[in-house]
Design a protein. Structure first.
Length: 257
């Protein structure tokens, strides 16, 4: 199903999954609004969308700022008249992520982007979706939002699990109004977020991970499903899944004292 005539807002679109999703949605015909904290990265995404034959405009935005998100959402609606698809892809983690070294500031930083930012964006577009009785929210969670994991740490894991819950609530509250929510739980993806790992990931291991393009195509698939179809959740992982098999740079459990 073509997305021609649709408007998509993609957060975290300066790189990785968000960037790939923006390009794929544009290829399907959607007009895409990309947001993120770095204007230069967003300009790169806009150029990629245009190279793919699509249309995009950029909004520099820190999604953890609720007032800024509300203003951005109102501006997007004023310029485009609608937001049919919201993709919450903005997400991060910190190197000092475990109880032994995480700080309250780290906790607030991770939750502010991963959870609060997604919620602010949803609140900005849901009223207009409700008026049209149509809309789709795609929230990019994590393998750690679906399965217990030592490696993500409490802030990241909590934010990603909560992201699944708020997506479920969309379907519970808004499904009868034609609004759908889908939460995606990816295993390891070779994106810039790997730079925040306590230990570096080898190029060989990254090559066997999911790639940003895999998630972009999946997000496009979800967006192209007919309005009467709700893909509530999707779990996707590399065939060679280090989160099950382990790896040289990752610990699947803490070391005994």
């Amino acid at each position: 199903m073509s997305l021609a005539g649709r408007v998509a807002w993609v957060t975290g679109a300066g790189s990785g999954i968000g960037q790939s999703a923006a390009v794929e949605l544009a290829r399907s015909g959607a007009a895409v609004v990309v947001s993120g904290r770095r204007a230069d990265a967003l300009a790169e995404t806009v150029a990629l969308v245009q190279k793919a034959g699509g249309k995009a405009d950029a909004v520099a935005l820190d999604v953890s700022d609720g007032d800024a998100v509300a203003r951005a959402g109102a501006d997007i609606l004023a310029r485009h008249g609608r937001v049919d698809i919201l993709v919450n892809s903005a997400g991060l983690n910190v190197p000092n992520r475990f109880y032994k070294n995480v700080t309250p500031k780290d906790w607030d930083y991770v939750m502010g982007i991963n959870l609060h930012g997604a919620m602010y964006c949803m609140l900005a577009v849901l009223p207009s979706m409700r008026e049209r009785r149509d809309g789709l929210v795609i929230n990019v969670s994590s393998w750690f939002g679906r399965y217990p994991s030592y490696m993500g740490g409490p802030a990241y894991n909590a934010s990603k699990r909560a992201l699944a819950t708020v997506t479920e609530q969309i379907n519970l509250e808004e499904g009868h109004r034609g609004i759908r929510g889908c939460v995606i739980f990816p295993g390891e993806v070779a994106t810039p977020i790997l730079k925040s790992r306590p230990k570096p990931v080898s190029a060989e291991d990254q090559a066997r991970m999911l790639q940003a393009g895999d998630l972009g195509r999946l997000i496009r698939f979800v967006a192209e499903t007919p309005a009467h179809v709700c893909l509530n959740e999707i779990v996707i992982s590399p065939t060679w899944n280090r989160l099950v098999l382990g790896g040289a740079d990752i610990s699947l459990a803490p070391k005994p004292d």
